[in-house]
Design a protein around this ligand. Structure first.
Ligand code: HEM
Length: 119
């Protein structure tokens, strides 16, 4: 049987490590770092990890807000959205995630653009 994306990304442990790198990439990325200047880093990492665990077929552990409520009023630009996708792909590379899984993650993230950009 085909494994879920959650399983192929290394389950809770693997996704938690990927989310950690993702948030570090955001904080080091000049296009988006200022957005997270007031953020609690541990909380953002936990939000990213649990969102991904739940969204890829793992346990339903995400306790945060939905994507529209989270990003409403931020007026996020296309450049910022692209920067976050780049950070995500680099985080997957850093954890040696395969091309098939990278393609799937990219499609999932891209599909959320209207719930995140220009709100
Ligand atoms: C597909 C792309 C994205 C996804 C899946 C996503 C997902 C999330 C999630 C799950 C949270 C945590 C919400 C919570 O815990 O209640 C969050 C918070 C946040 N996101 Fe996004 N996001 C995306 C793109 C972006 C972009 C492009 C920006 C702007 C550069 C951005 C800026 C933020 C900020 C500033 C927060 C709040 C951090 C805090 O709580 O201090 N996001 N996002």
């Amino acid at each position: 049987m085909t494994q879920s994306l959650y399983e192929r990304l290394g389950g809770t442990e693997g996704i938690t490590a990927i989310a950690d790198t993702l948030v570090e990439n955001h904080l080091a990325n000049p296009v988006v770092s200022a957005r997270y200047a007031q953020s609690d880093k541990v909380a953002v990492k936990n939000g990213a990890a649990t969102f991904f665990i739940a969204g890829t077929g793992g346990p339903n552990v995400y306790k945060g807000k939905d994507m529209i409520a989270t990003h409403k009023g931020m007026n996020i630009s296309g450049d910022e959205f692209m920067a976050v996708l780049d950070d995500a792909m680099e985080a997957l590379d850093a954890h040696n995630v395969g091309q098939t899984e990278k393609d799937e993650v990219l499609c999932i993230l891209y599909s959320m653009r209207k719930e995140i950009m220009k709100l």
